[in-house]
Write a protein that binds this ligand. Structure first.
Ligand code: S3P
Length: 166
């Protein structure tokens, strides 16, 4: 089996859904942010603070390259990963990209107490979410070959994905 790559906005549930899929399919799960953090010995937030977003994006592309050499993985991409064509090219050659689409209001609710995501540590968090979401939605849609309505529990979304994959 090739890899399954979950993409979508921050807070759409990629990691929780990915873990559920990995249990049910008995495949290894990789959260790309945690993969980068383990390699660098720094949190994503620290990487942004110390080296800036550009450096983080380079590390992200490096992670895409390394993970694409493996197979049988369930990968949760970061919310920004698939907004770079170079990453779409790498990841789409290694597996199927699944876009988990969650509505704006639910994302705001899920992200309202977040302290880990550098892009959201701003006063006008909901406005930033709105702007980024409008920009990114069409990009996720184009990058993915499978579209999923993610406005349900993670268990239900995982079941929907399993149904499509099987
Ligand atoms: C980002 C999303 C985050 C993380 C970083 C940047 C983005 O991943 O990669 O904070 O640009 O949307 P999650 O989507 O897993 O939160």
């Amino acid at each position: 089996m090739k890899n399954i790559i979950l993409c979508g906005f921050m807070g759409c549930g990629k990691s929780t859904i990915g873990r559920k899929l990995s249990q049910r399919l008995e495949k290894e799960f990789v959260d790309m942010d945690r993969y980068i953090e383990a390699k660098e010995g720094l949190t994503v937030k620290e990487i942004f603070e110390k080296y800036g977003e550009k450096k983080f994006r380079e590390l992200e592309t490096q992670a895409c390259r390394e993970l694409s050499e493996k197979s049988d993985l369930i990968i949760a991409a970061g919310g920004g990963t698939l907004t770079f064509q170079r990453n779409i090219d790498i990841l789409s050659s290694t597996g199927r990209i699944v876009y988990v689409d969650v509505k704006y209001e639910m994302l705001c609710e899920r992200l309202k107490r977040d302290t880990r995501r550098p892009l959201l540590q701003v006063e006008n968090r909901n406005e930033v979410i709105k702007e980024l979401l409008e920009k990114r939605r069409p990009i996720y849609e184009r990058a993915a070959s499978i579209y999923i309505d993610g406005n349900f529990t993670s268990g239900k979304v995982a079941n929907i994905i399993l149904g499509i994959l099987q």
